[in-house]
Write a protein that binds this ligand. Structure first.
Ligand code: FES
Ligand code: CO
Length: 323
């Protein structure tokens, strides 16, 4: 059975500027999709010409249509084939000549696709983005691991002192004080968690940070940080595109109220370092799929965010089923 939780969800497929008049192929839950931009906006359709199975992403965009590279069949934005060059003019194009299209939108500088029926016209995250903060988008980061493994790693506070030692944590200060999870309108949020951080964002000085984690959707989460003795506010959203059960691509959106004059690459380079450290862990975890049975692994109180995440996935029926 199709997994309704993921099938009807908005998935990030590209940075907005990656989609232009050159077709781009992406994969969402095993479904190959081609994206292109025309005067009518972005179109997302199955990346497969119905004539002889050639990916439409090998073709080209002409006006509002995409043209197959093999025999030049042209598809309009509704997925209907509207021109078959080899067909004599007096013959009608078969009505069956069409390919499925998918819901697609732009939000927060990313392009999003929903394979099923989206419950909202755009992803929920934009409701949680304060406009006065400086946005910085990051990605794509391909990861050879299951999407929920990547999300859970992002929600894991007690790895900071070990995987990101010297940056986000110090192994001399590994204890995590107790905290709780609260739910509000389907968003799961932790109370504040204090962590001593030697160099939390690459600027070279240590602080005690207060982390809050939020779970918005199966593959969309956020952490918020404040630092003791400062007014600095930092948000980091993680949006994960599940390409298959065991591969995914991560995108991030950082929002902060400081460092206007710090070049973007300082933050991006720092995030790349952290991601490389996390990749080594998540790409080697077993089982590859996140166990949703809470008896399957051991949990501590400090794993409450992860426990809430696993419970939520189970409740939503996330299975990665595709047929
Ligand atoms: Fe696409 Fe023939 S395979 S036009
Ligand atoms: Co990490």
């Amino acid at each position: 059975m199709r997994d309704p939780a993921l099938w009807n969800e908005w998935h990030p497929v590209a940075l907005a500027e990656e989609i232009g008049t050159v077709p781009k192929g992406v994969c969402v839950l095993g479904e190959k999709i081609v994206l292109y931009r025309s005067s009518k906006g972005i179109t997302a359709m199955r990346d497969l010409c119905i004539h002889r199975g050639v990916p439409l992403s090998l073709g080209r965009v002409q006006g509002d249509r995409i043209v197959c590279a093999y025999h030049g069949w042209e598809y309009d934005q509704s997925g209907a084939c509207v021109c078959i060059p080899a067909l004599p003019k007096h013959q009608a194009i078969p009505t069956k000549a069409r390919t499925p299209t998918f819901a697609c939108c732009e939000s927060l500088g990313f392009v999003w696709v929903c394979l099923g029926e989206p419950s909202r016209p755009t992803p929920i995250y934009e409701d949680f983005v304060p406009s006065e903060l400086i946005p910085l988008r990051m990605g794509p980061y391909p990861v050879q691991a299951s999407g929920p493994r990547v999300v859970e790693n992002f929600l894991d506070v007690s790895h900071l002192m070990f995987v990101h030692e010297g940056l986000l944590g110090d192994r001399e200060f590994p204890e995590i004080d107790d905290y709780t999870m609260v739910e509000e309108n389907g968003v799961f949020r932790s109370t504040e968690i204090a962590v001593y951080q030697p160099d939390p964002d690459g600027r070279g000085h240590g602080v005690t940070s207060r982390y809050t984690y939020e779970i918005f959707s199966p593959l969309g989460v956020r952490l918020t940080k404040t630092a003791d003795g400062s007014d600095e506010l930092f948000h980091l959203f993680l949006f994960v595109l599940p390409e298959s059960e065991t591969t995914c691509t991560a995108y991030m959106l950082q929002l902060r109220n400081y460092g206007q004059d710090i070049p973007d690459h300082v933050f991006v380079d720092f995030q790349n370092t952290l991601l490389a450290q996390d990749k080594l862990i998540v790409e080697n975890q077993k089982p590859e799929l996140l166990p949703l049975d809470l008896q399957a692994e051991l949990h501590l109180k400090c794993d409450r965010v992860a426990i809430a995440y696993r419970r939520r996935l189970k409740e939503l029926g996330v299975t990665f089923g595709t047929d």
